[in-house]
Write a protein that binds this ligand. Sequence first.
Ligand SMILES: [Zn+2]
Length: 220
Amino acid sequence: MVMCMNRNLKIIICWLFLLTCTGTGTLCLFAENPLQRLVEGNERYMHSTTSYAKDWDIKRSSLIQKQTPFAVIVCCSDSRVPPEIIFDQSLGDLFVIRIAGNVVDDFALGSIEYALSVLNAPLIMVLGHAKCGAVEAALTGAKFDNHIQNIVRAIEPAVKSVKDEPADERLEKAIKANVRNVIAQIKSAQPTIAPLVLKNSVHIVGGYYKLDSGRVELIN
Ligand SMILES: [Zn+2]
């Protein structure tokens, strides 16, 4: 079963890159490896064969002068979804933006702009996760009289898009719709990110983390 799922994941990845490489000729040179690193790291994490958490002093020393993260991860603040652990990556590998519900605001977009234009990160993953409390709050129409309401409001378009789906599928579909909406928001962000996307200088993908298996599925 696991092997079958792995094979399916690889087929999806191949398909994804065949699609994105068509007509560009340049994207594959730097975009394929970063995503592979995430996928392979997630496999190690799932099978408890993680490779990091050693030689921290050497790693710290190597990063004092500069950082060169290979991916930006936009994910939820949920304590069960720490990107460095679930992708088995080390210090300096991931540039992480965490906000409940993996939504983005001006500060988050500014952070992404820095990662792309100054640090030259070639990949962005927007990562949703199963049983996301922020999306669930938006789905149930919960009202808050504090800043939480701003997060719920940002997720409402995703919730509206799944209102006709079966009740037992609505949460997962809303979480994935929210990831797609955030990807669209990032891709269209002016003046820095949108031109980089148009030039294929950065590749953006969506992910969905499963709390039970630990697997990150790519969202098409
Ligand atoms: Zn969440």
